[in-house]
Design a protein around this ligand. Structure first.
Ligand code: DAH
Length: 354
């Protein structure tokens, strides 16, 4: 191909770019384009001049000119699209169509733990329980001693504690609120506490140093284990929107006697065994028992006249079960993807697979 043609094509392309850059309207663009690519335009004339070339050079020259022409036309149509998009709409285009769906406004959502807190508060307050709160910074008296865990007691090792400089601590469970509630209200008493607890834990997918617990306490005359089981069964069935089975196994907690671990029949497999329940058909969920007489005494309630049950469970764990959260760390991460989607708000209350 001749140097001359090459040079000419480079010049037209540069000229096209210059015209595109300075054109302010779609009309100006159109005129500029036809000046370059139209029959009488620069490219048209170049095409017409092919006839003057030696025969063997004509095909190649024609091809080169057409490639350049297409490239220039593409540049113009892109520029036109840009200008059209930016141009103000005509009155006809601006008319409001009330039949079109409105713009989608992103909806806010809530944290799985918040959702479970609200649900438990709702369920238990319908049974006459008062929502009670206590400090997250506690004394060792409320966190341990008053709960029948003296300094020398081996159970104290279970609660790896963040101690503060002033000899207080970050509460390791919500149980200290049992004592505070008894001191405040006396008997009979029905309270629940839903709040943050802290333990000196190495974090992994199922352990966090900051987590939520849910504590309940019911004290009255003639309260028995049957009352405990009835309340637990009702509470879990309401939470999971599904009739649940429960069973008690002996368990040790210094502040209850007898103490139990309460298991819930696995909702995923219905009890036949699956990975979520480690093939046992049951999920360990709640620590509970009859309030130890020493604890009643610490709360200034006479164990000769009153009995009570108490229970405690990991709210964070329940939220993970209910909303199928695989890694506890995502719940404290601030990552908005951990929030529940609106369609999950009221279910399906089914535990997802591991
Ligand atoms: N405080 C216990 C813990 O953190 C849970 C617990 C067990 C609470 C039994 C109770 C109870 O009220 O009766 O593991």
């Amino acid at each position: 191909m001749s140097e001359q043609l090459n040079d000419d094509l480079r010049k037209v392309t540069a000229e096209a770019e210059q015209l595109i850059a300075t054109a302010g309207t779609v009309d100006e663009l159109r005129q500029a384009e036809s000046r370059l690519t139209g029959k009488k335009g620069t490219l048209g004339q170049l095409l017409a001049s092919i006839g003057k070339l030696p025969k063997e050079d004509r095909a190649e020259a024609g091809q080169q000119i057409n490639v350049a022409k297409r490239d220039i036309e593409d540049k113009f149509s892109l520029a036109r699209a840009r200008l059209e998009a930016a141009a103000p709409k005509t009155a006809a285009e601006q008319t409001f169509d009330p039949t079109l769906p409105g713009p989608v406004v992103p909806r806010g959502s809530i944290h799985p733990v918040t959702s479970v807190i609200w649900e438990f508060e709702d369920i238990l307050s319908r049974l006459g329980f008062v929502v009670f709160g206590g400090p997250e910074m506690e004394t060792d008296y409320y966190n341990f001693d008053a709960l029948n865990i003296p300094e020398t007691h081996p159970a104290r090792d279970q609660w790896d504690t963040f101690w503060l400089d002033n000899d207080w601590l970050l509460r390791t469970h919500t149980s200290p609120c049992q004592i505070r509630a008894m001191e405040k209200y006396g008997a009979p008493l029905r309270v629940i506490v839903l709040g943050r607890c802290f333990r000196y834990e190495t974090e992994d997918a199922s352990h966090a140093n900051t987590f939520h617990q849910f504590e309940g306490l019911m004290i009255d005359r003639d309260i028995s284990i049957a009352n405990l089981v009835a309340v637990m069964k009702l509470m879990l069935s309401e939470l999971f929107h599904h009739e649940v089975k429960v069973r008690l196994r002996p368990g040790f907690f210094p502040f209850v006697e007898p103490g139990f671990e309460l298991d819930m029949g696995c909702l995923l497999c219905g009890g036949s065994g699956c990975p979520a329940c480690k093939h046992s058909g049951w999920m360990e969920l709640i620590g509970c028992g009859m309030v130890h007489p020493n604890v009643l005494r610490a709360g200034k309630i006479d164990p000769e006249q009153y009995t009570g049950f108490a229970f405690g469970l990991g709210l964070t764990r329940v939220a993970m079960m209910k909303y199928g959260v695989a890694d506890i760390r995502s719940l404290n991460s601030g990552d908005l993807r951990a929030l529940i989607r609106p369609e999950q708000r009221f279910g399906p209350a089914i535990i997802e697979k591991e």
